[in-house]
Design a protein around this ligand. Structure first.
Ligand code: GRF
Length: 219
């Protein structure tokens, strides 16, 4: 029996490299989600170009055109319903979401963060990890809850920090890992494989996520 692919939306504000990784992965008809909409809060988001070229439906809800956050989010909600969206991936979406919006999508909305949560919530994660002398850094896919960069963790990837690293070089290697774990995490969600208990997410075994990294013994 073939299961119906879940209709996913990707919310972006900028470059959209994670969006691109998700669109490319979802080209495989056996992938359990289809990217049914890319929604940007910025009309000039670079990622919109790739989505359009790849025949993915695009929409813009420009937050500056709304009187407040609620109006902006209600407009996004209308667009999401119009496109019969079932799951959301935040991918570099730079707006805080209200508890109302998050509540509409509870258990169905994911975010990717460029650090090993719960370390380095917020911005400038690579700079901060280097400044702290961290030896391991990475990225996290998690369920979205009203508090920023919190919510049950689905997947993480770790990389070794090198002596020669700058924030830019570290960001580039972390980004490559983001592009690997985000499509994997969305697939788990779309397949209904995720079970949340408290802060823990059970993915079922075996997983197809990258193996753990032990620094400095392997890279
Ligand atoms: C990524 O580093 C992601 O982890 C963070 O914002 C960045 C978005 O990059 N949330 P891109 O737009 O996906 O290229």
């Amino acid at each position: 029996m073939t299961l119906r692919r879940k209709r996913a939306a990707i919310l972006i504000s900028g470059r959209g490299s994670n969006m691109r990784a998700l669109i490319e992965r979802a080209r495989d008809p056996s992938y359990p989600a289809e990217i049914a909409l890319v929604l940007s809060n910025r009309p000039d988001a670079a990622g919109l170009g790739f989505a359009k070229e790849n025949d993915v439906a695009c929409a813009v809800a420009d937050h500056k055109m709304y009187a407040g956050r609620e109006e902006f989010e209600r407009s996004m909600q209308v667009l999401l319903e119009l496109h019969r969206i079932e799951l959301i991936c935040l991918a570099g979406f730079m707006r805080m979401l209200t508890p109302w919006f998050v509540g509409q999508w509870q258990g169905r909305i994911l975010n990717i963060h460029p650090a090993l949560l719960p370390a380095y919530r917020g911005l400038k994660t690579h700079e901060r990890a280097l400044a702290d002398g961290a030896k391991i850094h990475g990225c996290t896919v998690h369920f979205v809850v009203p508090a920023m960069d919190e919510g049950p963790i689905i997947a993480q990837a770790a990389i070794a920090v090198r002596d020669s690293d700058t924030p830019e070089s570290l960001a580039a290697r972390v980004l490559a890992e983001e592009h690997a774990i985000y499509p994997a995490a969305l697939a788990y969600l779309a397949e209904g494989r995720l079970r949340i208990e408290g802060n823990r997410v059970y993915c079922g075994e075996p997983t197809t996520l990258p193996p753990p990294l032990r620094v400095p013994f392997a890279e």
